[in-house]
Design a protein around this ligand. Sequence first.
Ligand code: MN
Length: 551
Amino acid sequence: MKWNILGKLKVKNPSSKDIVKVLLQNRGIKTEKQVKEFLDLKLDSVTTKSVSINTQDLKKTILRIKKAIKDKEQIVVFGDYDVDGICATAIIWETLTSLGAKILPYIPHRVDEGYGLSETGIKNLKLKIKNCSLIITVDNGIVANEAVDFANKNGIDVIITDHHTKLKNLPKAYSIVHTTKLCGAGIAWALSRELNKTGKDNYLELAGLATIADLMPLVGENRTIVKFALDAIRKTSRVGLLEIFKEAQIQKESTGIYEISFIVAPRLNAAGRIETAMDSLRLLCTKDKNAARLLAEKIGRTNRRRQKITEETLLSAKSKLKIGDKKLIFIHDENYEQGVIGLVAGKLVEEYYLPSIVLSKGKKYTKASARSISGFNIIEFIREAKEFLIDAGGHPMAAGFTVETDKLDLLQEKLETLAEKMVGDSLLTKEIKVDCEIPMEVISLEFLNEIEKLSPFGMGNSTPTFLSSNLIIYDMQLVGANGKHLRLSLKDEKFNRWLAAIAFGFGAKTKEIGIGDRVDVVYTVLGDEWNGNKRLQLKIKDINCLSRKTI
Ligand SMILES: [Mn+2]
């Protein structure tokens, strides 16, 4: 593991403020104006203009929607089965309903219809929803050229709202509301605010939830949305969210990025992975407390089943793995469920640190999900083999595609050969970004408060990470099941002060370090509530032994 130290303190005995200065610099915040905007966020600064949504197209979109409402046209909001797509669907469905529109939601089925607006999807929705004359896509549609042609031929106008990467040839939609600066639900939220300028904003919670779940970098507008959305979530009265919190045993008042990312989002996603995303959509939108409770319990059960399937698939994938000197993991099986292959690819990246593609093999077509390592654009990489692909879409770090099963071997060969050339060794060294080296002495509750001003932390705005050197291990013990984790007391000799530290997953390190050793540590600072008091603890990310204790 390489430690990439981003900044340097200029003074010997730094104050909290000196350190915050370095943190801001590391985040590209330099001028006084930028610092002010970064520390004093304003929700009103997030506008369709500030996220570069085309004004002309936005106007056209709003007029078309207002006309549809006036003429009582049947509108369908066409979403996606992940958290972003579900939240975006809920936002447009509820907003337009409140404006008196005749609108129904449609979320395609992952296996039967696949991702995004498709001919099959439109045919199916026409069977269920008669006389639809306007489709509004959310979180999808920007590459659905053929499906849009098909809709046009059937007398249906299509408005696309999407944040996925554009291709040169845009679909011939009635209008397109597109930016990559927000997630799908972020765009839906911005559009909702334009449609109902005087109304109350009931959708910030959903926009924030989706922004976190969709792993948007928490900089600029996304950071602002998430900051205010977290405040709104902690006070939410949306019964669906309240019942999810109850089922998952989390406190609404202390919900943060962690709870959303690892507890709430996986539950909402599970329905769309192995059942139907409509359960999650209904849960988010219902006003009935009893219905919400039943749905929350149902997606809780679905999530547990999803965890089990993911674990089994991961075990199978690992048993097939022959890495050698390969630069790409490419694993397929007819028994893999499409709903979990992305999760499994993600876990393989975590464990082996190689770009990973996991495929669910079908008779005629095979569906694939890909996850990448930092600095390697996987959607561009996959599109290099487009002669073998039916479709492909996604982002630099995560993508999906379809291939004819007959061509699977050819595709694998081409991608593996390409990876040999494109995945350089420098990409394969995992690194930790360290904000700066600090003396342990400076760490205090006041210091923690100062760095908290840069929150919310997450993708793109990492929790401030520090290096302190030449500390002595004062105490050490194994904790957790099978001694997986390490609890330490670290002492700074110069200042004769010690701090508690927790090192998750470092149990095996006891072979290399022990009480009395001198170490360098890279860590973040936690302020845990304990019996009503905040106490400081270091969360160790890496530890490097300088010298063993000499007896
Ligand atoms: Mn999305």
